[in-house]
Design a protein around this ligand. Structure first.
Ligand SMILES: Cc1cc2nc3c(=O)[nH]c(=O)nc-3n(C[C@H](O)[C@H](O)[C@H](O)COP(=O)(O)O)c2cc1C
Length: 266
């Protein structure tokens, strides 16, 4: 361990970098046609592609090499116990040498987890009925990791199933307030925390109509105050910059918009 010159950080050698990622349950097709189910957290998604990090020697990676389809079911934070019931088992028989002693062979993973397999619509792999978000995907490429320890499984998501309480009514959006992913950080499970900020693209942080009108007419504006329940915006003349009017905002969307403006301006 060493100290950095500013004294604010030190160099450490953690064995893993589990900084906090949503847990998923990956289902794959066993040689006998049944579904294998394994908990994992390594992944990212961009557009309709999801990339999973699946370890070599596991049944999941072997299955997708043989049958290139999978489902990814995201449990909610209160379902962590089901995930943990799968933590000490593998669908691989015999259990690989590196897992011997620590893992047991379990051919019926869904039953073991206390979860229900439900047929998918576009792929021949079941989903987890209880999971609020379920993705059906086709594997497009598997790239071995340079250290030989895992495969990067690139899959195209072909169908998304979202529980009614999470799928925003009448939209194709997920409601981030209603969705509680199970976060895995350094071998602890967490719920996500409270909402702390928004982006300028957030549908819940739209500009107040009066500010939009002012801007369209060529005027400038400045957020001058943001409190818990209200914010102030000065509408400025575009030439001299004098304050023409001060708006008081109290609509939650307007307050979020004001917070984003203050964040951007630093
Ligand atoms: C919370 C959690 C996260 C995990 N993350 C991963 C992961 O990202 N990738 C992976 O290959 N295994 C991960 N594992 C380990 C696998 O679940 C484990 O190796 C399991 O035996 C694989 O099952 P299989 O051999 O039937 O595929 C994780 C396990 C738990 C409990």
């Amino acid at each position: 361990m060493s100290e950095d010159p500013a004294g604010t950080h030190r160099v450490i050698e953690p064995s893993v970098l589990y900084l906090g990622t949503p847990v998923y349950l990956v289902a794959t097709r066993n040689p006998d046609g049944s579904g294998n189910l394994a908990p994992a957290s390594s992944h990212f998604a961009l557009g309709r592609t999801i990339v999973l990090g699946l370890e070599e020697g596991g049944q999941s990676l072997e299955n997708v090499r043989r049958h290139p389809e999978l489902t990814v079911s995201f449990p909610s934070s209160d379902q962590w116990g089901h995930v943990e019931r799968l933590a000490g088992v593998t669908g691989r028989d015999p259990v690989p040498a590196e897992k011997a002693g620590a893992y047991a062979f379990e051919p019926r993973k869904f039953e073991r987890a206390g979860l229900t397999p439900i047929d998918s619509e576009l792929v021949e792999v079941p989903r987890v009925a209880e999971a609020p978000i379920q993705l059906e995907a086709r594997v497009r490429r598997i790239t071995p990791a340079t250290n030989g320890e895992f495969g990067m499984v690139e899959a195209e998501v072909v169908r998304v199933h979202a529980a009614l309480g999470i799928a925003g009514e009448g939209t194709n959006h997920l409601d981030p307030e209603a969705w509680h992913p199970l976060i895995y950080a350094y071998r602890h499970f967490y719920d996500r925390g409270a909402e702390v900020g928004w982006t300028r693209k957030s549908p819940l942080a739209t500009p107040p109509a009066a500010v939009e009108r002012w801007e369209t007419a060529g005027g400038a504006w400045e957020v001058t105050y943001l409190g818990e329940a209200s914010a102030s915006v000065d509408l400025l003349r575009c030439d001299g910059g004098e304050v023409v009017e001060t708006l008081t905002l109290d609509d939650p969307r307007d307050l979020r918009w004001a917070a984003v403006q203050l964040a951007i301006s630093g």
